[in-house]
Design a protein around this ligand. Structure first.
Ligand code: PXG
Ligand code: PLP
Length: 442
């Protein structure tokens, strides 16, 4: 394989998302191809895809069933408007997702990303209460450290300070936040769900008393906080949130953009925790990352509340040019079929204890201050470089690349969420490589 060093000028024009653009241009890393659980970089290095792309390719790359479905669809019906017109693939995928979620009566609203899915869910929640004559229910409760994408709604209910501080004036009104549940003193090195912290759900009751339930439309949480570094909910916490929401007529939204489609070894996190939300957002793995897609699962009675007024009138003034895009639908159908047929959700469940042992096996590494895991996802919390937050994780990321591992560095955490097709050996080798990378980054 020939090494390619890109000329700086070639990389001039793409303003890259969530990227240190200047550092990147000085130290470019370019992906050239992907197959199965591996990427190949332009310099010829073949690396194990420890985060399934950005949490979105659990079947592995270029899965033949997904490739064939997209190729066939693009040659048959490449684009189809969803406004006042329909196409079969969208109805079919909506039905399959509802069935996969064990909520066969749910309606599915399609968007193109997790961010759009979240903003859609917030709008549906507010509009639902209004349709029922409770239009004063406009407030939305998010949570500290939450990531709900970068739309103005998702950013506002989100709780990552760095994503918010520059855009203070663009926040939507009426938002409050639950405290996050991460407390290293009480839960450091927990395997799976921490025992401590259930009581933090009572903070919702306090917030409800403050604003009055009659003003609150919805609570939105990631069942497991992914982007902020795999923050796992305490035992009983989500059940308690559910109970408080139900008691006060507040909708509960689970943002399952990361946890949906098997990441926890169950179809959705709702199945893992035995807690059903009223609305569920999904994206990422819905198409195995192949075509952008997001969406919202909506309980049937919530949809029904909109179905009044003249039959020819639009019930929800919301939608995207690409809602129900045929290529996304074809990719979604093929990905879901493969997930079910190849029993890959079960594979994720079977690999979970392997990943847990591999990651907790790193707890004695000098740089590691915490290990967190749930399902086929885990994170290492690292000792920061003095005065330079984030630099340690960048060093580990680069050292890991030298070990043939592509991990995700964010703040001073390293996250992994391997593809469901990974083998036990690959996960164990990942542990060996990570240990070396952690020592190299000291
Ligand atoms: N909700 C949740 C829970 C997410 O994790 C979004 C919404 C937004 O999705 P889009 O498709 O608009 O990006 C996300 C996205 C990371 C990482 O490294 C996580 C996300 C995106 C990029 C990187 O943890 N989550
Ligand atoms: N901006 C303009 C000028 C548009 O005409 C449209 C859609 O018609 C949009 C934004 C929204 O684009 P999308 O539907 O792809 O989200």
């Amino acid at each position: 394989m020939t090494a390619v060093t890109p000329a700086a000028g070639d990389l001039a024009n793409w303003w890259m998302p969530f990227t240190h653009n200047r550092y990147f241009r000085a130290h470019p890393k370019l992906l050239a191809s992907a197959a199965g659980a591996y990427y190949t970089l332009e310099d010829g290095r073949r690396v194990f895809d420890c985060l399934s792309g950005l949490w979105c390719t659990p079947l592995g790359h270029s899965h033949p069933a997904v490739v064939a479905a997209v190729q066939q669809q693009v040659a048959t019906l490449d684009y189809a408007p969803g406004f006042q017109l329909g196409s079969r693939p969208a109805f079919e995928l909506a039905a399959r997702i509802a069935k996969f979620a064990s909520r066969p009566d749910d309606k599915v609203f399609f968007a193109n990303s997790g961010s759009e899915a979240v903003d859609t869910a917030l709008k549906i929640a507010v509009a639902y209460h209004r349709a029922r004559g409770e239009g004063q229910r406009h407030r939305i409760i998010g949570r500290e450290r939450a990531y709900h994408g970068v739309g103005l709604g998702g950013m506002s209910v989100g709780g990552i300070a760095g994503n918010r501080k520059t855009f203070s004036t663009l926040m939507i009104g009426g938002v409050d936040h639950l405290p996050h549940t991460y407390n290293p003193e009480h839960m450091r090195f927990s395997r799976g769900q921490p025992e401590w912290g259930t009581h933090l759900a009572n903070e919702l009751e306090r917030i409800v008393q403050l604003h009055d339930a009659s003003n609150i439309a919805a609570v939105i949480v990631e069942p497991m906080q992914g982007s902020t570094g795999v923050i796992v909910p305490p035992v009983g916490y989500l059940k308690a949130l559910r109970e408080i929401c139900t008691r006060h007529g507040i909708l509960l939204i689970f943002d399952e953009v990361i946890t949906g489609f098997g990441r926890l070894g169950t179809p959705f996190a709702a199945d893992f925790f035995g807690v059903q939300p009223d609305l569920t957002t999904f994206a990422k793995a819905a198409t195995n990352g192949v075509v952008p897609l997001g969406g919202v699962l909506v309980r049937a009675d919530i949809y029904d509340a909109f179905m009044s007024g003249p039959e020819h009138s639009i019930e929800l003034f919301h939608g995207y040019t690409y809602s129900g895009h045929p290529l996304a639908m074809a990719a979604g159908k093929a990905a879901l079929e493969t997930l079910v047929k190849d029993r890959l959700v079960e594979s994720a469940a079977q690999l979970t204890p392997v990943l847990e042992n591999v990651m907790h096996g790193l707890r004695d590494q000098e740089l590691v201050t915490d290990v967190r895991n749930l399902g086929l996802a885990a994170a290492l919390e690292l000792k920061p470089v003095d005065g330079k937050p984030g630099l340690r994780a960048i060093r580990v990321f680069e050292a890991a690349l030298d070990q043939g591992l592509l991990v995700r560095a964010s703040g001073d955490t390293i996250a992994v969420a391997p593809p469901f097709i990974a083998t036990e050996t690959e996960l164990k080798d990942m542990g060996v490589g990570l240990a070396k990378a952690l020592r190299q980054a000291l």
